[in-house]
Design a protein around this ligand. Structure first.
Ligand code: NAD
Length: 277
């Protein structure tokens, strides 16, 4: 290997993105590849991964695909080990894999509860525990971004399981920010909080038996009003280039929901926003 190639090899930025086979994760991979980053794309679905990666690889990008279930702590740890053995560095980790779940709280089976919490909360935790100590041991700057949702700011009837997981993910990310600032100042932390982005997230909701209507409603909302995932990825990289904590696809939607929540807590309103009298 020439000296220049070695420099190139060591200086090349590496992005690890979970939930990379579809929607937002796929768009983040495309954008990262466009920026010349080496992309490690992880998803539970190998077919989605290959379909996503093929055009990027054909265009000359370096994209490694890894069929990884983020709910499996050991699998995520093996991924981190493989990435560090091969590249010795991760510049950007995006814990993005997530699943939707619809239904009244009492309609949700224990198995469905575990499924969604395992992806939306445990999945991020597994990424943090396997990658952050390695990123912290590396003096080079890096960044962890966790994908949450405006569902992690407000409260919506019929989306309780998703909301509980996303509120947890938001809290986890804020804690991670404080802990990295204290122990690993070279590891920056951001939260990616999308609102409506076109993806297949509602197509993958499993409980369609009693949620057909709700799933169809939300699918329609995303199709009609959803932002293109490529635009969400553009915003994502603009914000991390600017070194920001908050990455929002729809700041106005976020402000409305966050404002409502702040009022609910500060004025001790009822969950329906009415005075508690
Ligand atoms: N689309 C939106 O409007 C929206 C809004 C707010 C938040 N989000 C969040 O954005 C993230 C990406 O969602 P999306 O909308 O692109 O959905 P998507 O369904 O299109 O993509 C999610 C990907 O995650 C993968 N995945 C699911 N379970 C996994 C697991 N256990 N391990 C690894 N991969 C797994 C799926 O195979 C899929 O490829 C999620 O965290 C979601 O909650 C999306």
């Amino acid at each position: 290997m020439t000296e220049q190639a070695m420099t190139e090899q060591t200086s090349r930025q590496v992005a690890v993105i979970t939930g990379a086979g579809s929607g937002i994760g796929a768009a983040l991979c495309a954008r990262a590849a466009e920026r010349g980053m080496t992309v490690v794309a992880a998803d539970i679905d190998p077919e989605r991964l290959e379909a996503m990666a093929a055009p990027l690889t054909a265009a000359g990008a370096e994209v490694l695909t890894a069929a990884v279930d983020v709910t499996d702590a050991d699998a995520v740890d093996r991924l981190a080990g493989t990435v560090y053995d091969r590249f010795g560095h991760v510049s950007l980790l995006v814990n993005n894999a997530g699943v939707e779940s619809l239904g009244r709280l009492w309609q949700i089976s224990p198995a469905e509860w575990r499924r969604a919490m395992a992806v939306n909360v445990d999945g991020i935790f597994h990424g943090v525990r396997s990658f952050v100590p390695r990123m912290g041991a590396d003096p080079r700057p890096s960044r962890v971004v966790n994908t949450t949702s405006v569902g992690g700011i407000g409260t919506l009837a019929g989306m309780g399981l998703y909301g509980v997981g996303k509120h947890a993910a938001q809290q986890l990310t804020e804690t991670l920010y404080l802990e990295c600032a204290a122990d690993f100042p070279q590891v920056a932390v951001s939260v990616f909080c999308p609102a409506h982005v076109r993806s297949r997230i509602f197509d993958d909701v499993p409980q369609k038996a009693y949620n057909t209507e709700a799933a169809a409603h939300w699918q329609g909302q995303l199709r009609e009003k959803g932002m293109d995932a490529a635009e969400a990825a553009r915003i994502f990289f603009d914000r991390i280039d600017a070194g920001r904590f908050w990455i929002l696809t729809h700041p106005h939607v976020f402000e409305r929901i966050a404002g409502g929540r702040a009022r609910l807590l500060a004025e001790r309103l009822r969950p329906d926003g009415e005075p508690d009298r």
